[in-house]
Design a protein around this ligand. Structure first.
Ligand SMILES: NC(=O)c1ccc[n+]([C@@H]2O[C@H](COP(=O)([O-])OP(=O)(O)OC[C@H]3O[C@@H](n4cnc5c(N)ncnc54)[C@H](O)[C@@H]3O)[C@@H](O)[C@H]2O)c1
Length: 314
């Protein structure tokens, strides 16, 4: 299969590109390297350094003629989305429309687009199902939600099958510890440096932590699926990609501390604006439709991530 991956030099994208190439697929990456890095790129992937908002995207897409497009490029930083909501919206909403239109024009038959647990905001019930109310509490969540309907609109009547993948909290090798959102990478990097990590809030806030290998497995299975993924908007084409298991940030910190063997304490600072208290997503729909399930227990996923982090930061 010929697959074009936007954001393929980033955390999830680079793990996906490596898996796609190992599986014998032809892969092209479009990435502006704003948070991704050349070091993440697979040497066998065709690479174009380009902002998805650049009109040249249509030509790049047409030249590669992908069978499918996996759209992962985004402005992913919640604090930056609060500081500059205009740019967040441009990249996440207009960028998604540009990718969808270019994919359809180039003859792709499927588009898988990254959405987020952030579209739900603070939930009424846990675990959150795809049909739950969407009340994003920051501009990042709002732009991810708007991108879902913009994608459906852009692809309406084109015959291109599509899905919005609402990722829970993804962690694993190649996650940037210098960002603001990757709790596992940030805490792990502090332990690796022998420093006290900082937890925002009391640490009892929970997240649905999913190992990046499980996210990649979902995407590979979704690409191969013979039946359509799409359905009637707003929830038909949306899938929670998650474990359904809640783990507190404090618990993650204590697993990482045990893995590191570093006996330092943890500092607490006030919870940040735009942080959700509890988030666990129900993966039942993805399990049923795609015949996929998250397999990596958090202890094992953290151990792999710790080995990568400590080797990288050595
Ligand atoms: N990591 C998570 O826990 C998580 C959770 C929910 C959703 N997501 C979504 O998954 C996707 C991938 O996230 P990630 O964690 O790998 O982030 P990342 O920052 O590592 O990857 C994003 C990639 O997109 C590229 N990019 C950003 N803006 C671009 C633009 N305008 N044009 C071209 N390339 C651009 C960056 O350089 C980077 O390589 C994003 O859409 C994100 O919103 C991630």
């Amino acid at each position: 299969m010929r697959v074009l991956v936007t954001g393929g030099a980033g955390f999830i994208g680079s793990n996906l590109v490596h898996a796609l190439i190992s599986g014998g697929n032809e892969v092209a990456v479009v990435d502006d390297l704003s948070t991704g890095s050349v070091a993440n790129l697979h040497p066998a992937a065709h690479f174009r350094s380009l902002d998805i908002l650049d009109p040249a995207l249509a030509e790049v897409m047409a030249d590669f003629a992908p069978d499918a497009v996996v759209h992962l490029a985004a402005q992913t930083d919640v604090q930056r989305s609060i500081a500059d909501p205009g740019r967040d919206r441009a990249v996440n909403v207009d960028g998604t429309v540009a990718v969808a239109r270019a994919a359809a024009a180039a003859g792709a038959h499927r588009v898988l687009s990254a959405s987020s647990a952030a579209v739900y905001g603070d939930p009424d019930d846990l675990p959150i199902q795809e049909t739950a109310p969407k009340r994003p509490i920051n501009p990042y969540g709002a732009s991810k939600l708007a991108a879902e309907s913009a994608l459906a609109e852009a692809l309406e009547g084109t015959g291109v099958d599509f899905a919005c993948m609402r990722f829970a909290n993804v962690y694993g090798p190649r996650q940037d510890w210098r960002g603001e959102g990757g709790v596992v990478a940030i805490l792990g990097s502090r332990f690796a440096a022998g420093e006290r990590p900082v937890i925002f809030g009391d640490g009892a806030q929970t997240r649905d932590f999913i190992y990046v290998g499980d996210v990649v497995a979902f995407i590979l299975d979704a690409l191969e699926l013979e039946s359509p993924l799409g359905g009637d908007p707003p929830d038909g084409p949306s899938y929670n990609v998650s474990t359904g298991v809640a783990t507190s940030v404090e618990q993650v910190a204590s697993y990482l501390r045990a893995l590191s063997g570093v006996l330092v304490g943890i500092d607490h600072e006030p919870a940040r604006d735009g942080d959700i208290r509890d988030s666990v997503l129900d993966p039942a729909k993805a399990e049923r439709v795609v015949s996929w399930e998250a397999r990596q227990p958090i202890e094992a996923g953290l151990a792999i991530t710790w080995r990568w982090l400590s080797a990288t930061l050595r």
